[in-house]
Design a binder for this molecule. Structure first.
Ligand code: CO
Length: 164
């Protein structure tokens, strides 16, 4: 297992629409193991494949932070969404900044798991939040795109000017 390098904003891969996984390979399995290790190493609750330089529709999540309870989500599709909630969010590709982001509170998510099996689940709480953030990554969307323009400008200034 390896800890992968995280692509930081404004790396162009973060803006690309990731590709659907049609054939799940050994290489993908290794990637997922490494993504889980990388998520823990950087104390994240979610990590999408484009953030480690792979433009595929895969992400990992772990709202509890407890090892062994990771979610591996392949080819996610949000089928239903309802309610709304404002929570503070950050991103491993934009370290050092965070903002309040309004998102849906509840989701119905369709995805494929590690064995390629298709699943449909109802989600709420932190996991629903992570799923929306990570699914955005697969579309080339970042949390800073979901806040007001002035706030975005301020945060990006901070991001660019306070990093070593
Ligand atoms: Co992120």
């Amino acid at each position: 297992m390896a800890i992968l390098k995280i692509r930081l904003y404004p790396d162009s891969i973060l803006r690309k629409k990731a590709l659907v996984v049609t054939e799940f390979t050994e290489e993908d399995k290794k990637l997922i193991k490494d993504m889980i290790e990388t998520m823990y190493a950087f104390e994240g609750v979610g990590l999408a494949a484009p953030q480690v330089g792979v433009s595929k529709r895969i992400f990992v999540a772990n709202p509890s932070g407890e090892r062994g309870k990771e979610w591996v989500i392949i080819n996610p599709r949000i089928l239903k969404k309802s309610g709304s909630e404002i929570l503070t969010e950050g991103c491993l590709s934009l370290p050092g900044i965070s903002a309040e982001v309004k998102r849906y509170k509840r989701l119905v998510l369709k995805y494929e798991d590690l064995s390629g099996e298709e699943k449909v689940v109802s989600l709420e709480g932190l996991l629903a939040r992570i799923v929306q953030h990570e699914t955005d990554h697969l579309e080339g969307v970042l949390f800073i795109d979901r806040i007001g323009v002035l706030k975005r400008f301020k945060l990006l200034w901070k991001f660019k000017n306070t990093r070593i």
